[in-house]
Design a protein around this ligand. Sequence first.
Ligand code: IPE
Ligand code: IPE
Ligand code: MG
Length: 236
Amino acid sequence: MDEHVRKSVPRHVAIIMDGNGRWAAARGLPRVAGHREGVKSVRRTVEAAIEQGVRYLTLFAFSSENWQRPPSEVADLTFLLKHFLRSELNELHVQGVRLKIIGERDRFGEQIAAELAAAELKTSGNSRLTLVMALSYGGRADIVEAARRAIATGMAPEALTEQHFSALLSTDAIPDPDLLIRTSGEERISNFLLWQTAYSELLFTDVLWPDFGAADFAHAVEEFATRERRFGARPV
Ligand code: IPE
Ligand code: IPE
Ligand code: MG
């Protein structure tokens, strides 16, 4: 069956990629080893999303609160981000992936911010999968930024609608996630897409992010297909 016409395939899957540190600790390795292994999961997951016919994949790679981690870990994560961009961009482009960044990219420094902008531009014409990378992203900051933009337009308060407000968020033009997955057994949102996940189906798995693969993604998509989404309406 054509995956794209299967109605039960989530159009947008968002993932809180968690558990890298615990994966490393379980092996007596430094945390960075877990983050390095987590990059491989990103690669596998992008491929799995394409394979399953998902059109938007949002990955929470670094939260606005993650700056509070030790400087050495922040440096490791920044290095891996830069390395990922440089080593994977061409392959992503060939696969038809359009890259979009949300979050405060400037906090990673001018060079990375420029490389991220160049990567977005290079892949802007692709349409197979939109890969949204949430970097230094915070859901509350996203909402406050949108509110600031609304105020800056000088519009009448009563003219602001939910639809208009959505378009002022960093996720403008990206449909809300149908499915939100969090790995590693933690069951919380951790300031991810607060507005956008209002009606997302939530799926928590004990699998640690570095162990997450195509089979886990396929399983999540299957689980999603069994969910009954009501959006507050009464089933007829
Ligand atoms: C997720 O793994 C990666 C980031 C948050 C950047 P963690 O680093 O949070 O791993 P745990 O939760 O400590 O196991
Ligand atoms: C959430 O994971 C952020 C990312 C996966 C990038 P954390 O590990 O930072 O979240 P908490 O601290 O457990 O809530
Ligand atoms: Mg964590």
